[in-house]
Write a protein that binds this ligand. Sequence first.
Ligand SMILES: [Zn+2]
Length: 98
Amino acid sequence: MTNLILAALAGLPLYAVFCLARPTKACRRCGGWGSKPGRRSRSARRHCRRCDGTGQRFRVPARVVYRVRGAWRRHAWLTARAAERAAGGPGEREQVPQ
Ligand SMILES: [Zn+2]
């Protein structure tokens, strides 16, 4: 059991690097085709909604990284805006009557 945990701990960074190198994988619903056959045998192929027709799905760690990076950027932008407002930004200075 301990060996299993150690193997998982050793494999986790490798998996993270692998996800950074190849963040997408073929959609399992449509097998990377972007569309799937209709219900009846001779009906038209249908647009795959799971991958939105791209045939690619982002791996779970890649999605988490993307979400965290977006949150960081929003936070940095809001912090910068608040600091600018506190310091009296260039936009406010123009409105001050002389
Ligand atoms: Zn798909």
